[in-house]
Design a protein around this ligand. Structure first.
Ligand code: GLC
Length: 630
């Protein structure tokens, strides 16, 4: 009998220690693949907290009313304090500033208004010490008309003659017209007559931003060299500007450009929306061009070693096209094509189902093995607090910090900075200046570009100039870093707690994801990982008090959950235990909860998979006992 008992006991032990014999733990959400297994190699950018700095408005160190590189270097510890791991700087290169730096006159020189190359090198050193990666803005579609390449092109210098998109125009009844009906993003014809060259040149943005001609291999090589130049200065990658515009259709065999068809919903012939941009946007060659830039980065890494250099692509395009920027079976593309869905698909009146659909849209379209990213705002979009509600700032930061992948925060949105009204007189954005006083507000990006609010001192601590380049927000005495540091549940402190949590949690970094609207008002995001805690982010989007039974939607949750992040609106505190069957959310409240019970950690831990097999072995052991007793 002892012999049989021993055999049965050993069999059970063997099973418990040999996972390969067990049933695989049921993956009940096979659609969403987690970023990586426990202990697997996660690249720095896959879980990064990116922060966009708009240098003109971040910190002015020399009192001229415009932010600069030394200002950024001085305040980089603030980014560290927030939990930021990488920062993308809008253009810092020599420029006449017709589009505030997106019109570059010299791609490898620092604009004097921002500082010197030595200042940039100093910034790189500070960033290295703090372990914050620096990403630069790469603006490939156009240069400034004050760029030497353009001057030489206009003068038909053989080296540069075809560097831009030139055309003699269409002759009709002896009159010269622009080559096509194409319209600039910033209004009016996209073609500008050049007296010197006696030809039109294309500019998809303002006329001081002539489009480079990517059908010329010399242009491609020159721009790849721009990437190499900054890579050798130690940057960790690039945000690529205005990607969908880089190529336009080639002229036909009579050297003519085709007109674009109309959109009937827009009756303003000067407005960009007047036409369907089928020949000037999203041309298939653009995708391959981005792949070729990725190859430049990878070759650099191969040669020089170090961590991944990355591309983030600005692509306001249909989702199927955006996804192609990730790469395909044979070529790698941008690690992070920007996900603008939270900007383009949600409004102040969106309900939880709309939020769910928006988040799932990205996750479901994303090719397997790629990394998601979540952009809440940038210097071209109304601030998140103005777009989706001042009282939703915390919940949106909570959402992006607990969704899988990287997130991108635009400076000031961690504080709850909102759009600032700017008069026509003070308006400087070319997109608005090209309109008129009655419609400029629809086009202006100045409201989201005002100086950063550091303190309640003069100029919000941004500068000590008598006049800053854009006015300071009127609310700076209530919304600033100094004050928010002191309030335990300020937007700033909630943001910090979220990124601290994210840094510590393997589940949030690499776990799987389930997104569900529990009602019109409540959105839930569940993150889970074998052998680790499960997290639940809950957003009450509306103004009612909501009572929810989490077990209805997530039956495998334990009866109680621990509160780990709250906002000013919450009635529960960090550390409280809440009941899964009746949980109350205050108006516009949001929470992050975590599983704690020993039962639950056992049930989600890898060993649970062996329970059915354990049952079979115990049964065998009983048979053994029975036989031994006979
Ligand atoms: C991008 C930039 C925007 C700029 C435009 C032209 O969309 O984000 O600020 O005006 O490209 O470079």
């Amino acid at each position: 009998m002892i012999k049989y008992r021993l055999i049965a006991f050993l069999a059970v032990l063997l099973q418990l220690h040999c996972p390969t014999l067990g049933q695989p733990y049921p993956n009940y959400h096979a659609d969403f693949v987690g970023i990586g297994e426990h202990g697997g190699d996660l690249k720095w950018w896959q879980t990064a907290a990116f922060y966009q700095i708009y240098p003109r408005s971040f910190k002015d160190s020399n009192g001229d009313g415009v932010g600069d590189l030394n200002g950024i270097a001085e305040q980089l510890p603030y980014l560290k304090e927030l939990g930021i791991t990488a920062t993308w700087l809008s253009p810092i290169f020599t420029s006449p500033m017709a589009d505030f730096g997106y019109d570059i006159a010299n791609f490898t020189e620092i604009a004097p208004i921002f500082g010197t190359m030595a200042d940039f090198e100093h910034l790189m050193e500070v960033a290295k010490k703090l372990d914050i990666k620096i990403i630069l803005d790469f603006v490939p579609n156009h240069s400034s008309d004050e760029c030497e390449w353009f001057r030489r092109s206009a003068a038909r210098d053989p080296e540069f003659k075809d560097f831009y998109v030139w055309h003699p125009g269409r002759m009709e009844n002896g009159n010269r017209h622009p080559p096509s009906n194409w319209i600039s993003v910033f209004r009016g014809s996209a073609w500008q007559w050049h007296e010197g060259r006696q030809e039109f040149y294309l500019h998809q943005f303002v006329k001081k931003q002539p489009d480079l001609n990517y059908r010329n291999p010399k242009v491609r090589e020159t721009m790849s060299n721009v990437l190499r130049f900054w890579l050798s200065k130690g940057v960790s990658g690039f945000r690529i500007d205005a990607v969908p515009h880089v190529f336009e259709i080639a002229p036909d065999n009579q050297n003519q450009y085709r007109d674009e068809p109309r959109n009937d919903w827009d009756n303003d012939p000067e407005d960009y929306g007047y036409l369907q941009h089928i020949y000037t946007k999203d041309q298939p060659e653009t995708i391959d061009l981005v792949y070729s830039w990725r190859a430049v980065l990878d070759a650099f890494q191969k040669e020089h070693g170090g961590e991944d250099r990355i591309l983030m692509a600005e692509t306001y395009s249909p989702i199927d096209i955006v996804m192609q920027y990730y790469g395909n079976a044979t070529a790698e593309g941008a690690q992070l094509p920007f996900n603008f869905l939270l900007i383009s698909e949600l409004s102040n009146s969106s309900n939880a189902h709309a939020y769910e659909g928006t988040v799932l849209k990205w996750l479901q379209h994303m090719p397997k093995g790629r990394t998601a990213n979540w952009v809440l705002g940038n210097h071209d979009q109304p601030r998140v607090g103005s777009r989706l509600g001042r009282d939703r700032v915390d919940m949106l930061n909570m959402l992006t910090a607990t969704l899988p992948g990287a997130s991108v925060t635009y400076q000031g949105e961690e504080l709850g900075m909102t759009n600032v009204w700017i008069s026509w007189k003070d308006t400087v954005d070319p997109s608005a200046c090209n309109t008129n006083p009655s419609i400029y507000e629809q086009y202006s990006r100045d409201p989201e570009r005002t100086p950063f609010q550091w303190t309640n001192a003069q100029d919000a601590g941004f500068s000590n100039a008598s006049k800053t380049w854009l006015p300071i927000a009127v609310d700076y005495k209530e919304v600033n870093v100094e004050l928010e540091r002191q309030k335990p549940l300020s937007h700033l402190n909630v943001f910090k707690q979220l990124w601290q949590l994210r840094k510590q949690s393997q589940t949030l970094q690499r776990g799987e994801t389930e997104v569900k609207a529990l009602s019109d008002a409540v959105l839930a995001v569940k993150r889970y990982l074998e052998r680790d805690s499960t997290y639940l982010t809950l957003l009450n989007i509306y103004d009612g008090v909501e009572t929810i039974n989490l077990l209805q939607s997530f039956p495998d949750l334990p009866p109680q959950l621990k509160v780990v992040v709250v906002t000013e609106r919450s009635q529960v505190k960090v550390g409280d235990l809440v009941n899964s069957t009746s949980l109350q959310l205050q108006p516009k409240d949001s929470l992050v909860l975590q599983t704690t019970s020993s039962y639950y950690s056992y049930a989600t831990n890898g060993e649970a998979r062996f329970l059915p097999v354990l049952g079979v072995y115990l049964w065998l052991a009983q048979v053994g006992l029975y036989l031994s007793n006979r």
